[in-house]
Ligand binder design. Structure first.
Ligand SMILES: [Zn+2]
Length: 259
């Protein structure tokens, strides 16, 4: 059973996008999640639109990262606290989500195949409720899905915990709550999820752990990846270009072939 291997942060930087496009052409990636306020240019957009037959294109909802054309709501830490205190500006969130969906439509000519969030922001309480309301109102295709960053079994959870540490527990708790709500609402979501890692530097045996993920044989599995280039001018202390380049190399050398 073929997984959905999704490259997050498409549009962040043209150097990263170039690498991601090469991986799509080699059938190592079959989905991209797009930051609509990033560095997308018409050449890249046309390339991606031509790969529609074997590529899903989703909206990578961004409420936390500073990009040239968007003012974020705050850091992920701030949004977590505010979402639990229920002090988020819900009108502002609704405006931001709707505007990113509209921008996506302008760029690609269609609604997104799926929605997820940069730093999993879409599953935070309040934000998730607004997103599901919007999902019910928009004319998404019947195959539209929202990503649940949560594993199915305890063994899967243990694997992710050992790969990425305790942050997985917080995301899984919120992700499980979101997944239950999606199931109740009849909105499609993935059953399995993999791909949590430290984004600063590779952990011990990183390559082997990553290859193991690519070879997981699970139904309805989404594997989150962040391939990119070492030469990118974007420098983020929490997500290094080194990590993106290592992921790209492993994906490129892997035996996986997605059709
Ligand atoms: Zn992201």
């Amino acid at each position: 059973m073929k997984p959905i291997i999704v490259a997050d942060d498409f549009g962040l930087c043209h150097k990263h996008d170039e690498i991601i496009i090469k991986l799509i052409k080699k059938r190592k990636i079959n989905a991209i999640s797009v930051l609509v306020h990033g560095e997308l240019n018409s050449k890249r957009i046309n390339e991606v639109r031509e790969m529609r037959d074997y590529l899903s294109i989703g909206l990578h909802l961004n409420l936390t990262m500073v990009l040239p054309k968007i003012e974020p709501l705050g850091s992920i830490e701030t949004l977590i606290v505010k979402s639990f205190l229920r002090t988020l500006d819900t009108n502002e969130i609704k405006k931001k989500i709707t505007s990113q969906i509209r921008t996506f439509m302008k760029i690609f000519g269609t609604l997104p195949d799926f929605i997820d969030g940069h730093e999993h922001v879409h599953i935070l309480p309040s934000i998730f409720e607004i997103l599901t309301k919007i999902a019910a109102e928009e004319q998404f295709s019947e195959k539209f899905w929202i990503r649940s960053p949560t594993t199915e079994t305890m063994a899967d959870l243990y694997r992710e915990l050992s790969n990425a540490g305790l942050k997985v527990l917080i995301i899984t708790a919120l992700g499980s709550r979101a997944k239950n709500k999606l199931n109740r609402l009849g909105i499609l979501t993935n059953k399995n999820f993999a791909g949590f890692f430290s984004l600063k530097s590779p952990s011990k045996n990183f390559k082997q752990k990553y290859v193991n993920l690519l070879n997981l044989n699970k139904s309805n599995l989404v594997i989150m990846t962040h391939p990119g280039s070492l030469d990118s001018p974007t420098h983020n202390k929490n997500h290094s270009n080194e990590m993106r380049a290592i992921e790209a190399t492993i994906l490129n050398e892997s035996t996986i072939h997605l059709s």
